[in-house]
Design a protein around this ligand. Structure first.
Ligand SMILES: [Fe+2]
Length: 398
């Protein structure tokens, strides 16, 4: 990626998002005066750079964006990537997606197979060629080990669903960016409010509009670490389970949406069929932003099977393969940004498309009562041409 000084001025307008003095998150920008159906190569480069720099970018006013053009944009962001969604084709996703595909319906948009309809409720007689589809299962709170009673949920008490990066963590590398267009937004009836509860005994809450996606910055997560912790993050790596979402298919999450609730329900690796040791992913703990040079603490804890911890390049790593210890280690670090002042839910109007640097951020859906109406989002990303890069090389095999 070229340094910004070499790029021509973009034709669009980019404005950093507002924040109140109480808010400590340091990401987010809004782009206006841009038609993604007709975007020039120079503007694709400038937008790519803006996403790496601002981490979350909302492009306003894309009501007429064609699904084929959304996919085309995704491929232009990373032109050397194989032309397939990071989770593969839909058949493969539904067969191998484990906890990801079991908990929700995902549809491919006809003619633009790599653009996925996600959301919930009735999508209308003809949604971009999908006839009379009602998205069932949707987000739901089935994921949380300590259930949220339905009557509380229907009164506007909600939770973060599952903090994550969009990453198969097996075979293909995660996408650099995810794009998510808001096609239909739920409506909050007059007087109704929606409050996200941590439900972890802390009493922490924050308000939200329905149907939005929440973000925290893993760069800020890194910055909140001590010097000693940063040394460990810079030199350590993580091995993910083979077909990790199958491995955790029977597991449940914490009420905050961060990490797994330990119940000993991980499948035995010997019972996971059809996997190739060469496709198992090992990634550095810290991922370096190719444009800004910032480091992000990027560990997808729910899928992590082994940590290899060391503080310098020459050191023999300490291998942690006890998931309870892995979770305790990660929770201590990752929960520091899980506070209202670091969480942002960028507002979206119908037609807006949010794009984020998947190598720098955690995100999650936040469910809302069905009575608020259907939600339709078009999601697309592409398995990256080059995977995450750490501050120092990690051994090729472990
Ligand atoms: Fe996601």
């Amino acid at each position: 990626m070229s340094p910004s000084t070499l790029l021509p001025e973009p034709s669009f307008t980019l404005t950093p998002m507002d924040k109140t003095p109480k808010e400590k998150h340091d990401f987010g920008a809004v782009v206006t005066d841009l038609d993604l159906n007709e975007i020039s190569d120079e503007d694709v480069s400038a937008l790519r750079e803006a996403i790496w720099k601002h981490k979350v970018v909302v492009v306003k006013g894309q009501k007429d964006l064609l699904p084929t053009k959304q996919w085309e944009l995704v491929t232009r962001f990373d032109p050397d990537a194989p032309q397939v969604h990071s989770h593969g084709n839909l058949k493969e996703f539904n067969k191998k997606g484990g906890v990801l595909s079991a908990s929700r319906d995902v549809y491919a948009i006809p003619g633009a197979e790599n653009v996925r309809l996600i959301g919930k409720g009735y999508q209308g007689a003809d949604h971009f060629g999908l006839k009379d589809v009602t998205v069932k299962h949707a987000l739901s709170h089935d994921w949380h080990a300590i259930e949220l009673p339905l009557d509380q949920f229907n009164r506007g008490h909600t939770r973060f669903q599952r903090w994550h990066i969009d990453a198969p963590l097996y075979a293909r590398d995660p996408a650099w960016f995810t794009t998510l267009r808001c096609v239909t937004k739920p409506r909050r009836p007059d007087g109704a409010h929606l409050t996200i509860h941590w439900d972890d005994g802390s009493g922490t809450t924050m308000p939200t509009e329905p149907g939005l996606t929440a973000f925290v910055s893993c760069v800020q997560m890194y910055d909140l670490m001590s010097d000693g912790e940063k040394q460990v993050a810079d030199h350590s790596w993580v091995e993910y389970a083979p077909h990790p979402y199958q491995w955790i298919a029977d597991c449940k999450g914490n009420t905050t949406g961060l990490g797994l609730y330990t119940q000993g329900k991980e499948r035995r690796v010997e019972d996971i069929s059809d996997w190739d040791p060469r496709e198992v992913k090992r990634y550095p703990m810290a991922w370096v932003n190719p444009v800004t040079g910032e480091k992000a603490f990027m560990v997808h804890g729910i899928c992590a099977r082994r940590l290899f911890l060391r503080s310098s390049p020459g050191e023999e790593p300490r291998v942690v393969d006890d998931v309870v210890e892995i979770r305790a280690f990660l929770k201590e670090i990752q929960s520091r940004v899980l506070k209202p002042e670091y969480v942002m839910l960028p507002p979206l109007e119908e037609g807006d498309i949010v794009m984020w640097a998947n190598y720098q951020m955690f995100h999650t859906a936040v469910d809302y009562p069905d009575s608020f109406g259907p939600r339709s989002m078009h999601q697309a990303n592409i398995g990256a041409s080059t995977g995450p890069v750490g501050p120092v090389p990690i051994p090729a095999t472990a």
